[in-house]
Design a protein around this ligand. Structure first.
Ligand SMILES: Nc1ncnc2c1ncn2[C@@H]1O[C@H](COP(=O)(O)OP(=O)(O)OP(=O)(O)O)[C@@H](O)[C@H]1O
Ligand SMILES: [Mg+2]
Length: 315
């Protein structure tokens, strides 16, 4: 396995103007570190607003102009600067976007899926691939000539999915690829993602659906309030006893199979001085209020919690 994608200490903030000309920096991703190897599926799980799509957009180089980014993203050992991102986008690195608004309203969907081609031969080749993939997702030939406004929500999702696969990516970033799909298409999607892994490709799978993550992923990264708080092997997510972070434990206990044991509280929207989970954490220490734990390696599990730093220091 080779390192395909390396995201190191990524932070993203937006400059906002509140009450006239008062500048305010809103930090939405903080000190985020995550890797994807070849032949590996890494799922990113986190509640709404935790920064998952912004991570995807920063890898693809499609963040809004007012986003301020620090940290480093490497692909195949090379720093992904904006120029390289644009060169690889839609070819080696493909995105299944979360929003159907990514479809060009003025272009037939088959042409969007085929994308730019250097000559007629490449166009012919990609046309065959596009038809095969559309077919697999139940999009018949009449869909090829449709414009996005003619598609139902489910069809539009399938077009986005097919478009990323026609690109034959080496790294796929899938941002919520399954919501709104029928059960058969969800299974097809899962199978396609697993097939990419078998072919030696890497996949960053962003999802709300822990079941999809469990079925596909090798590793699962938990996002909370713009931080990665735990990266653990997928199989360890079958029980709250084998994950480490108190928030991850709460997440697993809240699943229907574990009896919907919900906890109170929401993730903070603003950057906090201490651990972002401090207020809701059943295991907090005094220092958690004013100090942030680092992401550390604890027996092969990446964890951001003082509980384990203390344990590792022999406390
Ligand atoms: N252009 C922007 N300007 C200011 N804030 C933004 C901008 N885009 C996103 N945000 C904020 O950044 C945070 C993370 O957004 P993001 O879209 O990455 O969340 P997400 O984890 O993908 O959520 P969801 O699960 O709902 O898709 C949110 O609080 C959002 O309001
Ligand atoms: Mg999102």
């Amino acid at each position: 396995m080779e390192k395909l994608l390396e995201v190191k200490n990524l932070s993203i903030s937006f400059t906002q103007y509140v009450q006239g000309l008062n500048r305010h920096d809103l930090r939405v991703i903080s000190d985020l570190t995550i890797d994807v190897n070849s032949s590996e599926i890494v799922a990113v799980l986190g509640s709404s607003g935790s920064g998952k799509s912004l991570l995807a957009h920063s890898i693809l180089g499609i963040l809004p102009y007012n986003a301020h980014v620090t940290g480093e993203i490497k692909y195949n050992g090379k720093t992904l600067n904006q120029e390289l991102k644009e060169e690889l986008r839609g070819k080696e690195i493909c995105l299944i976007p979360q929003s159907v608004n990514f479809l060009d309203p003025l272009m037939k969907v088959s042409e969007q899926a085929i994308g730019e081609c250097k000559d007629d031969d490449e166009h012919k080749e990609k046309k065959i691939r596009q038809r095969e993939i559309f077919d697999k997702y139940g999009l018949d030939e009449s869909v090829d000539d449709m414009y996005p406004f003619e598609l139902s929500g489910g069809m539009a999702r399938k077009v986005l999915l097919s478009t990323a696969l026609v690109g034959n990516p080496n790294l796929l970033i899938a941002d919520e690829p399954t919501p709104g799909l029928d059960a058969k298409s969800v299974e097809e999607t899962i199978q396609d993602i697993i097939n990419l892994k078998k072919e030696g490709k890497g996949v960053l799978l962003i999802t709300h659906e822990i079941n999809v993550a469990l079925k596909t992923a090798d590793k699962i990264a938990i996002f909370y309030s713009g931080y990665v708080i735990e990266i653990n092997k997928a199989e360890n997510f079958n029980s709250a006893d084998t994950v480490l972070h108190p928030y991850t434990k709460a997440l697993i206990n809240a699943l229907p199979v574990n009896g919907f044991k919900f906890t109170d509280g929401v993730q903070p929207l603003e950057e906090t001085l201490g651990c972002p989970y401090w207020e809701n954490c059943p295991d907090r220490f005094d220092k958690c209020e004013n100090h942030k734990p680092d992401l550390v390696n604890h027996d092969g599990i990446m964890i951001r919690c003082f509980k384990y730093e203390e344990a590792d220091n022999g406390a």
